[in-house]
Design a protein around this ligand. Structure first.
Ligand code: IPD
Ligand code: CA
Ligand code: CA
Length: 264
């Protein structure tokens, strides 16, 4: 299977699922709480059913890891990694920042990634060695060299109320060292915004493969860098990520290190 064909398929399905999100946006949602603040809407499930059905009919032997379902394990080396609605809290509140994220991997290597924002009509895509694109146009990370002039982004996990590792210390430190911070509520879009130069740096502590797989490929193909928060190698299986345009990465690592030392 050519990566080009996998990417074309991922793009098509991301657009189709995005159509489901757009058509239902703003309507009263039926909401189910997975935890105290972690929710899932009927639309997450509709989008997921459409994406999984499409993958199952095109590639019946491929595995699928999708947020709202049990993983489909197969003997195939190919596995699709899907977030049918990234930014579900935003979606449920009518805040216009959410997307569909679809990636495919073969034995740990990402082969294609597509992230679609159906409200802005922005489709971010990448395949290995082929560059990253927004609606077919090549994108690159920002040339910002100084943390002080950097627009940063982060997020807080659903266990923010109960985990000691709640990101508040890092957040506080970056408020003082960066230019400004945004917390938009869609990790997949955060990575794509970094890839196209809107953000300069991004970090989060507890993400899942479906939040980051597609965005990671798009970011690295756009010239960006991702590590774990301690600077060690990152892949989409790890929960913590520090991602940047590469140029401010060491400055961000130094802030994280200092902030860790400050934590009693
Ligand atoms: C969430 C978003 C958010 C991030 C959370 C994720 P969901 O995904 O990506 O930005 O801060 O950690 O769980 O639940 O909207 O698919
Ligand atoms: Ca998500
Ligand atoms: Ca989701």
């Amino acid at each position: 299977m050519e990566n080009r064909d996998l990417l074309r398929f991922a793009e098509e399905v991301a657009r189709g699922a995005g159509g489901i999100l757009r058509r239902n946006y703003g309507r009263k949602q039926s909401i189910h709480f997975k935890g105290e603040i972690d929710l899932v809407t009927e639309v997450d499930r509709q989008s997921e059913a459409y994406i999984m059905g499409s993958i199952r009919s095109a590639f019946p032997d491929h595995g699928i890891l999708s947020e709202e379902s049990s993983e489909i394990l197969t003997s195939s080396p190919y596995r699709w990694i899907v977030d049918p609605l990234d930014g579900t809290t935003n979606y449920a509140h009518g805040y216009p920042c959410f997307c569909v994220s679809i990636a495919v991997e073969r034995e740990g290597s990402l082969l294609a990634g597509a992230v679609f924002d159906p409200l802005l009509g922005e489709l971010f895509t990448a395949k290995p060695g082929g560059g990253a694109f927004r609606n077919g146009e090549r994108i690159f990370v920002s040339p910002t060299e100084k943390l002080r002039q950097s627009l940063l982004s982060t997020g807080f996990a659903y266990d923010v109320n109960t985990s000691a590792d709640n990101n508040l210390d890092y957040f506080r430190e970056f408020v003082f060292t960066g230019q400004a911070i945004r917390r938009d509520g869609s990790a997949a879009l955060d990575l794509c915004y970094l890839a196209c130069g809107r953000f300069d740096g991004f970090w989060e502590l507890a993400l899942k493969p479906w939040d980051t797989a597609a965005g990671l490929l798009i970011l690295t193909e756009a010239g960006g860098l991702a590590t774990r928060l301690d600077g060690s190698p990152y892949d989409f299986i790890q929960p913590d990520i520090l991602a940047s345009n590469g140029l401010i990465h060491d400055q961000m690592l130094a802030v994280l290190k200092k902030s860790r030392r400050d934590v009693p």
